[in-house]
Design a protein around this ligand. Structure first.
Ligand SMILES: [Zn+2]
Length: 268
């Protein structure tokens, strides 16, 4: 079971952002509290309750937008209260997030947003270097004008978010760009893996971001699309590898002893 985004026909081509927008319920900050009468009528409420998919998506987007920090406790009772659903439903969401390594479950202590270690972070980039060229290869092989248009739409959304100075949207959309590439490449297993790797990258950037780091450089997605549009596989792969180097290089993953560089932090 999953969100099946790879199967989700998404004519707008803008990924999770559009899916959220099409579900106004998920945009609401907090569901209205249940009245006593509603509590007695679970069946009548069923269609208005947040589904597992919706709650999952809300948490996913909050992490992507850096509103939910690594290491944050996700208390079952509190979450059940916020979303107006049973604790069992929250447990189901948390189990799915844990399966994708986005949440860590500890016996007796509960669920926490994952804090990928430096070793895990390096593993994520190694996996991305193997997978993303394969994604681009498959995308070039199966390319249609429609796919190119969807990618250009996505990059336009990114550019628009940058112009507006909406940092959260920039972070989320730049991560989603890579997931959209994998979805358009048309291999559901690659798409699912890419989605998880993007989320782990996002958590990693949160934890190990150097002060000047950017998640994705603003012009590189455009360059990748241009190369894909020309069916220049080699060039697209080369830009992608450079792109991943830039992202990993902007992180502070060398500080393996876990001690902060106080010199760098405090000296002018
Ligand atoms: Zn990127």
């Amino acid at each position: 079971m999953g969100l099946n985004h790879e199967h989700d026909h998404d004519p707008s081509g803008v990924g999770a952002a559009a899916r959220i927008a099409r579900h106004p319920r998920t945009a609401r900050a907090k569901p209205a509290p249940m009245s006593a009468a509603e509590r007695k009528l679970p069946a009548a409420r069923a269609d208005r309750e947040s589904s597992v998919d919706e709650i999952y998506e809300r948490i996913y987007v909050a992490i992507l937008e850096h509103r939910l920090h690594p290491g944050t406790k996700l208390g079952e009772e509190k979450m059940a209260d916020i979303f107006g659903v049973s604790r069992a439903r929250i447990r189901e969401v948390l189990a799915r997030l844990a399966h994708e390594q986005i949440v860590e479950l500890f016996p007796q202590r509960g669920a926490y947003v994952a804090k990928p270690s430096i070793e895990q972070a390096r593993d994520v980039f190694e996996a991305r270097r193997l997978i993303e060229p394969a994604v681009l290869r498959r995308l070039v092989e199966t390319l249609t004008p429609d796919k190119i248009q969807r990618l250009r739409q996505h990059v336009e959304l990114e550019a628009d978010a940058r112009r507006r100075g909406d940092k959260r949207a920039v972070i989320r959309l730049s991560g989603e760009f890579h997931t959209v590439l994998a979805e358009l490449a048309g291999n559901s297993a690659l798409a699912r893996t890419m989605r998880e790797l993007c989320m782990l990258t996002c958590l990693t950037i949160f934890l190990y971001d150097a002060p000047t780091a950017q998640s994705c450089r603003d012009d590189e997605h455009q360059s990748i699309i241009d190369a894909v549009a020309k069916r220049d596989r080699a060039r697209a792969e080369k830009i992608m590898m450079d792109h991943l180097d830039h992202i990993e290089g902007s992180l502070q993953l060398d500080n393996a002893n876990g001690e902060a560089d106080l010199e760098a932090i405090f000296r002018p």
